[in-house]
Design a protein around this ligand. Structure first.
Ligand SMILES: Cc1cc2nc3c(=O)[nH]c(=O)nc-3n(C[C@H](O)[C@H](O)[C@H](O)COP(=O)(O)OP(=O)(O)OC[C@H]3O[C@@H](n4cnc5c(N)ncnc54)[C@H](O)[C@@H]3O)c2cc1C
Length: 376
């Protein structure tokens, strides 16, 4: 079946299952949003557009990457950047995209500054294993466990929604000096399960930090191991990165999450300026699943329930966001609104599409990330 994606996302012209095509489109959208400098380098160096000013990713297909390049005279031109070898799977497509970045670098040489993707790649080599241990666990709600980790002092402190990769009960090989997050690619997931989690809080003086872990049954290799961990359990940690990075001019934050991003939203609230305004739309199973959030005047929290439905299966968040936009006086000044949040991947796609179509918010005013995938 050929994957089809919403019009606002890049097109994926490959014979892929629909959910994989949608995820790939979202990945391309993310690259366009978060790494425009890298796409611009590719357009300039490989698309014969040395004067390109801006670039949009239109889509990807067997023939390569399709771009719309904005030129100095204000016009837009379609540009096709062919892949060097034929690709079929998502993994091969991502590999080919990285190949384009390397080829573009080969053309421009080292005189041009590193692009954001190249800088992240280099930074990954320096993200070596931090050997932490669990020091405490506290149940915040029936399906939300706060895990405190000790030994985090070597992790860079970025604030906001900083996140890490956690690997409970790590094998010896990842603990050897110099083992980096890039080396994880050589270790199958089944052999050493790991997943991304957000630091709800860091206490640099003690080297401790908390994670709010969603308990979702036994099928999750990482979450079930973390849930079973007790004081002293070893956890390998790599990080940190953060994606919360509002553009200039933001006056009100619209923070949207299911349980997986409650920790991220709480951490972002902690870091807001005292006069910043925020509206939180947070989804939980029911009223019993709501942990305390850092609320103060100028911060409005709107909880939405799934009413017994499985996580990631209802439009509860979308409905909650639409209601907040219609009703909250804090969101009346749309020009200053920045939407940030995360949750189930398809639900985030649905929300992103609606926000772009219904509110006219600019692309850089909406940062919604898929944290987990109900289709897996
Ligand atoms: C940047 C980032 C930050 C994140 N921060 C957090 C965080 O702070 N707290 C947190 O709990 N999660 C967080 N997540 C999500 C977490 O990484 C995923 O839930 C991950 O899939 C858990 O791995 P696992 O091995 O337990 O389950 P997997 O092996 O990945 O999945 C097993 C099964 O469980 C289902 N599943 C996975 N996650 C959930 C869920 N949350 N609810 C219901 N079903 C689920 C899958 O659909 C699959 O069927 C974050 C993800 C990212 C990308």
């Amino acid at each position: 079946m050929t994957g089809t994606t919403a019009a606002v996302l890049p097109a994926v012209d490959f014979d892929l299952p629909a959910d994989e095509a949608a995820e790939l489109a979202e990945g391309l959208d993310h690259i366009g949003d978060e790494h425009p400098d890298t796409v611009l380098l590719v357009a300039r160096a490989l698309g014969a557009e040395p004067d390109a000013r801006s670039v949009d990713i239109l889509g990807v297909g067997p023939d390569g990457l399709r771009l719309a390049v904005g030129t100095t005279d204000g016009s837009q031109r379609p540009v096709q950047i062919p892949f060097r070898t034929p690709v079929r799977t998502s993994l091969e497509i991502y590999g080919a995209l990285m190949g384009l970045v390397a080829a573009a670098r080969g053309v421009v040489g080292t005189g041009e500054p590193l692009t954001s993707i190249e800088a992240e790649f280099l930074e990954d080599q320096t993200m070596t294993t931090v050997a932490a241990t669990v020091s405490a666990c506290r149940l915040l709600a029936p399906n939300l466990l706060e895990i405190t980790l000790a030994g985090l002092a070597p992790l860079p402190l970025r604030g906001g929604d900083e996140y890490v990769v956690l690997m409970p009960d790590p094998p010896a090989e990842v603990l050897r000096p110099g083992f980096s997050v890039q080396d994880l690619a050589g270790i199958p997931l089944e052999a050493a399960p790991r997943a991304a989690y957000t630091m709800r809080a860091r206490r640099p003086a003690s080297g401790e930090g908390d994670v709010w872990l969603v308990l979702h049954g036994d099928e999750g290799a990482v979450s079930s191991r973390l849930a079973a961990a007790g004081p002293g359990t070893p956890i390998a940690v790599w990080g940190t990165r953060r994606s919360y990075d509002p553009p200039a001019g933001v006056r009100t934050h619209l923070l949207v999450c299911d349980e997986t991003a409650l920790g991220a939203v709480a951490a972002v609230l902690d870091g807001l300026a005292p006069d910043a305004r925020a509206v939180v739309v947070a989804e939980t199973a029911d009223a019993g699943g709501r942990p305390d959030l850092p609320v103060r005047p100028g911060v409005e929290v709107r909880w939405v329930d799934r009413s017994g439905a499985a996580p990631g299966t209802t439009p509860a968040l979308l409905d909650g966001v639409r209601a907040a936009l219609a009703e909250s006086p804090l969101l009346a000044d749309r020009d200053g609104v920045f939407v940030f949040g995360a949750g189930e991947a398809a639900r985030m796609r649905e929300l992103r599409t609606s926000l772009r179509q219904e509110t006219g918010l600019a692309r850089d005013r909406v940062r919604l990330t898929g944290y987990w995938n109900a289709a897996r």
